[in-house]
Design a protein. Structure first.
Length: 428
C-alpha cells in the first residue's frame, strides 16, 4: 500500500474531509500536517454530520491511527472540546489519536494579538500569531507544555511580552495570565498520554509496511510561500508541507491527489479573478451551501479557474484530481470557465506573482453548455449526462490533470471513481 497526500488545489473548502473519510479505510494511519483549528473538514455519514478542525478525519474509522503532526499549531482547549464531541458519539479518541511533541501550542494571547493586527480577514483564532512565534523562535511546543517546570518559566517570559503589547493597546484586562497558566497545566495532564514523537511513529510504521494518508488543510493558494501572499495562511498547505509537517521524507510519498470544486470559492480578502459578483454567484452559494464550517461566513463564489488549477498541479505534482460538488452546477444553462487572464493588452495563462498583478487581471472565459439535469448521488461515470462528462473532459484537457474521482453529493456513496484512471490505481 502506498503513502498518499490529499490536499486542496484551490483556496480551501474543496471537500477534502469527505475524500479522506471515504478512502482512509485503505490506510493504517491518517496524519494532518499543517494548520490549526481554523480548518473545518466536514464529513457526512447518513444523517450525522461531523466538522473536524484539528483531529484528522480518519478518526471516524475504528482502529485507524490519527496523527496531529509537528506542523500544526494546537489550541489544547479546542482539541479537548473536539475530543469530547467525538467521544460523545462513541469514537475512541484517546486510543486512536497521537499528537506530536514538537507541535506548537496556541494560547489565548495569540487570539488577542490577532484581533489587534488582523488585516486580511482571518478566522481570528490566533493561528497566525502562533506561527509567528514559531518562526520567531519564541514559541512553546507540546514537549515544553508537558514539562511543568520548564513550561512555567517559558510561559512567564512569553506572556510578559504579550502583556506589554496588550497594555500598549489598553486591553491588559483580557489576559488573566495566572488563570491561563493554571488552565494549560491542567490541559497538559489530560493530553499527556497521547503526546509522542510522531515523526518516529510514522517512519517506524512505514518501515513496517503500514500505509499513511497525509491530510492537508486549507488549500494550495493559501500556502505561505506559493499562495496569493499576503492573503494566505501561515503554514505550508502544499504538498511539501506534508514532509516538513510530519517528519516523513519525500522519498516515502508515492502519490498526490488534489481536491477541487467544479467551480471556485474563497473566504476572506484577496484577489479572485473568476469571482461571480452577480446572481449566479449567489445561486452557487445557496445551492452549494457555501458558508464556512468553522466561522459560518459566506464564501465568495466564482467559476473554475484553469490557470490556478494548472499552477496548483505544477506545485504539488498532482497525479489525479477529485472534482467535488459537480451537482451544484446542475441547473445552469451555461457554465463559464476561466481559461486565461487579460492584463492590459495581453492574455496570460500563468499566475501573477504579485497581488497587484492578480487584482488587475481580468478573467477570460469560455462558456460551456450546462446539462440541466440532476447529477446528485450518481455513482457511475457512465450515468452522468453527456454534457457533464464534456465539462469534466474540458477541465482535464485544459489543466493536464485527470478527473479521476467526482463527488456528486456530501455522503460517502455519492462518489464516482473512474475505472482505469490513475486515481483508481492509487485507490484500487
Amino acid at each position: 500500500m502506498s503513502n498518499v497526500i490529499i490536499l486542496g488545489a484551490q483556496w480551501g473548502d474543496e471537500g477534502k474531509g469527505k475524500i479522506v473519510d471515504l478512502f482512509c479505510e485503505r490506510f493504517d494511519i491518517v496524519a494532518r500536517y499543517q494548520g490549526g483549528h481554523n480548518a473545518g473538514h466536514t464529513v457526512q455519514i447518513g444523517d450525522k454530520k461531523f466538522v473536524l478542525k484539528l483531529i484528522p478525519s480518519g478518526i471516524l474509522h475504528p482502529g485507524k491511527r490519527a496523527v496531529i503532526g509537528n506542523g500544526l499549531v494546537v489550541d489544547p482547549a479546542a482539541l479537548l472540546a473536539e475530543m469530547q464531541s467525538l467521544e460523545a458519539v462513541g469514537v475512541d479518541v484517546k486510543t486512536q489519536l497521537a499528537i506530536s511533541n514538537r507541535a506548537h501550542v496556541l494560547f489565548p494571547y495569540h487570539r488577542t494579538m490577532e484581533r489587534l493586527l488582523d488585516a486580511i480577514g482571518t478566522t481570528l483564532r490566533g493561528i497566525g500569531p502562533c506561527y509567528e512565534d514559531k518562526a520567531g523562535r519564541r514559541g512553546i511546543r507540546m514537549a515544553d507544555l508537558l514539562d511543568r517546570e520548564r513550561f512555567g518559566a517559558l510561559f512567564e517570559a512569553r506572556a510578559a511580552e504579550k502583556e506589554t503589547v496588550a497594555k500598549a493597546f489598553g486591553i491588559a484586562q483580557e489576559l488573566d495570565l495566572a488563570r491561563i497558566r493554571a488552565d494549560y497545566e491542567g490541559f497538559a495532564d489530560r493530553i499527556r498520554p497521547m503526546v509522542s514523537d510522531t515523526a518516529r511513529l510514522l517512519n517506524d510504521a512505514i518501515r513496517a509496511g503500514k500505509s499513511v494518508m497525509f491530510e492537508g488543510a486549507q488549500g494550495t493558494m493559501l500556502d505561505l510561500d506559493h499562495g496569493t501572499f499576503p492573503f494566505v495562511t501561515s503554514s505550508s498547505a502544499s504538498a511539501g508541507g506534508a514532509c516538513t509537517g510530519t517528519g516523513v521524507p519525500p522519498t516515502r510519498i508515492h502519490a498526490i491527489v488534489g481536491v477541487a470544486k467544479a467551480y471556485t470559492t474563497r473566504v476572506g480578502g484577496g484577489p479572485f479573478p473568476s469571482e461571480a459578483l452577480d446572481a449566479m454567484g449567489d445561486q452557487i452559494r445557496q445551492r452549494g451551501n457555501e458558508f464556512g464550517s468553522v466561522t459560518g461566513r459566506p464564501r465568495r463564489c466564482g467559476w473554475f479557474d484553469i490557470p490556478l488549477a494548472r499552477y496548483s498541479g505544477m506545485l504539488n505534482g498532482i497525479d489525479s484530481m477529485v472534482v467535488t460538488k459537480l451537482d451544484v452546477l446542475d441547473e445552469l444553462e451555461k457554465i463559464p470557465v476561466c481559461v486565461a487572464y487579460r492584463t492590459g493588452r495581453h492574455e496570460v495563462t500563468e499566475m501573477p506573482a504579485t497581488i497587484a498583478g492578480l487584482e488587475a487581471a481580468e478573467a477570460v472565459y469560455e462558456c460551456l453548455p450546462g446539462w440541466r439535469s440532476s447529477t446528485a448521488g450518481i455513482s457511475r461515470y457512465e450515468d452522468l449526462p453527456q454534457r457533464a462528462k464534456d465539462y469534466l473532459t474540458f477541465l482535464e484537457n485544459r489543466t493536464g490533470i485527470e478527473a479521476g474521482c467526482i463527488s456528486t453529493g456530501p455522503e460517502r456513496n455519492q462518489t464516482i471513481v473512474r475505472q482505469g484512471s490513475r486515481f483508481h490505481q492509487i485507490f484500487p
